[in-house]
Design a protein around this ligand. Structure first.
Ligand code: 4AD
Ligand code: MG
Length: 463
């Protein structure tokens, strides 16, 4: 008989028809006459209750001993309306086949496990309620990302993973090489001769697809990237990964105001999609991970985002009666504690901060006429702080070149990027949304390592 998913069975009527379900045993209750199993196959958070009548010989003693938590099984029987509380239907087993046994040392027994422990068995954690729910929400969000842009006529551009340029100019890049590290070829002056490396020069994993996607914005008008990015900064926090996914829209003929509006519409679209399509998983997160999540997200969807300039944000921080670890003053980069205060205490929701000092932002941002600030834009949210970083781009060749020189970048290496300003330069803008921070925001999960299947962080690369 063809297999039905647990999800489809749970959403259908208990009309005594014959069905087959396959999955993994989550729990087992073995009483005198009856065995109850909770069967889960990942199609939804709920498990299907399987009822085995011990009297009728469906499961003999030898098989019963092997039907343990973690084992995979195939069950055929009648789908009936449940006698017990908590589920609409249950499966009265008539045939039980063990597919793969799981001995008693299976690490995921019924008790609640800490997320720290589960990170050590990251290969098994998708079999828990929380990580199953995260995987489904992550999938729904990916889908919503593409929906949003495709509906608006944006083209998805596949920017390279290996790159010869540092998009953020910040030097947090992983090097890619095929040279023999124990005896690299050297030039006369002793430095490594990268002309002999695979690409004939130094290469790295990308920190952002922005520079390349700008090329496509300045020809196709509205484009976006959605792919993995890599950063080698040594940040061991609950919101930093060494490998994370980023979505980067880029729009020609668009200024900072248009960029800000797109970011707001984008986030609202993503939140609405998840609330509509993942209600069971979201109810779980609301109950067990972060109380009030659904209500908070609903409020965010209904309320216009607050906009503050960096100047105003600093004024708010300076007048706060908070004991700061890092005292706010004009020119500093906003720290986590500042972002938290602005979003949680001042605004109580997302805040878009624009027009940051040029000294703390990337070389490519459009300079304001005041000579001090740039058309930067960060979207900050409660609990997490920065979730989006973006800007209008500098479209004036002379200004961009001068800024790069001031910041010590080799303009020769970025010549292809400067060409966009030489030939048919247009005002254009874009931003990057950190996908894992988005998943954290939506689910309420505290640690970014728990919203990506296999986290990469300093000194961690098991699995
Ligand atoms: O602010 P960032 O560095 O901006 C850029 O990379 C621009 N090139 C984007 C653009 O304008 N096209 O990074 C964008 C977002 C951050 O707001 C944050 O959400 C996320 O990427 N992010 C990280 N997420 C997880 N781990 C890290 N180490 C991250 N670094 C940035
Ligand atoms: Mg940023």
């Amino acid at each position: 008989m063809t297999r039905s998913t647990v999800y489809s069975l749970l959403s259908s009527a208990g009309d005594s028809r014959n069905v087959t379900a396959k999955g993994w045993i989550r729990t087992k209750r073995d009483s005198k006459n009856i065995i109850f199993f909770e069967l889960n196959d990942g199609s939804c958070i709920s498990s299907l209750q399987i009822v085995v009548d011990k009297e009728d010989g469906t499961v003999d003693e030898t098989l019963n001993h092997k039907l343990l938590t973690g084992a995979s099984v195939s069950i055929t029987g009648k789908l009936v309306t449940s006698q017990g509380k908590g589920q609409g239907v249950e499966l009265m087993a008539e045939e039980v086949t063990l597919i793969g046994g799981a001995p008693a040392d299976y690490p995921l027994q019924k008790k609640r496990h800490s997320f720290e422990f589960l990170r050590e068995i990251a290969h098994l954690r998708p079999r828990t309620n929380t990580f199953g729910a995260v995987a489904r929400v992550r999938n729904a969000l990916s889908n919503a990302v593409h929906d949003f842009f495709q509906q608006r006529g944006f083209l998805w551009i596949h920017t390279p993973i290996i790159t010869g340029s540092d998009a953020e100019g910040a030097g947090n890049m992983f090097q890619v090489t095929t040279l023999d590290l124990s005896a690299p070829p050297r030039r006369d002056n002793g430095s490594v001769d990268y002309q002999q490396d695979f690409f004939g020069r130094k290469a790295h994993l990308t920190v952002s697809g922005q520079l390349q996607v700008e090329n496509f914005a300045c020809s196709m008008s509205n484009v976006y990237t959605f792919g993995p990015t890599f950063r080698s900064e040594n940040s061991n926090t609950s919101r930093h990964l060494s490998e994370f996914w980023m979505i980067e829209p880029e729009m020609a003929f668009c200024d900072l105001e248009g960029n800000r509006q797109l970011a707001e519409d984008f986030i609202k679209h993503l939140l609405s999609h998840v609330l509509e399509n993942c209600s069971e998983d979201m109810t779980f997160f609301d109950k067990w991970i972060e109380k009030g999540t659904i209500e908070n997200l609903t409020k965010v969807i209904e309320t216009p985002f607050t906009h503050l300039t960096y100047n105003d944000a600093i004024k708010e921080l300076e007048k706060a009666t908070v004991k700061w670890e890092y005292k706010p003053s004009w020119g500093i980069d906003l720290q986590a504690e500042h972002e938290k205060y602005l979003t949680e205490d001042v605004i109580g929701g997302p805040v878009t901060v624009t027009d940051y000092p040029k000294g703390i932002k990337a070389f490519y941002m459009k300079q304001n006429d005041d000579g001090k600030t740039v058309r930067a834009m960060d979207v900050l949210v409660p609990r997490l702080g920065e979730i989006i970083g973006g800007s209008q781009r500098e479209d004036d060749l002379g200004k961009l070149k001068r800024r790069m020189e001031e910041m010590g970048l080799d303009t020769g290496e970025y010549d292809w990027y400067l060409d966009l300003r030489r030939y048919g330069s247009v005002p254009h803008s874009g931003f990057g949304l950190g996908f894992e921070r988005l998943v954290q925001y939506v689910t309420g999960m505290q640690n970014i390592r728990d919203v990506i299947p296999f986290p990469r962080t300093p000194k961690t690369i098991a699995f």
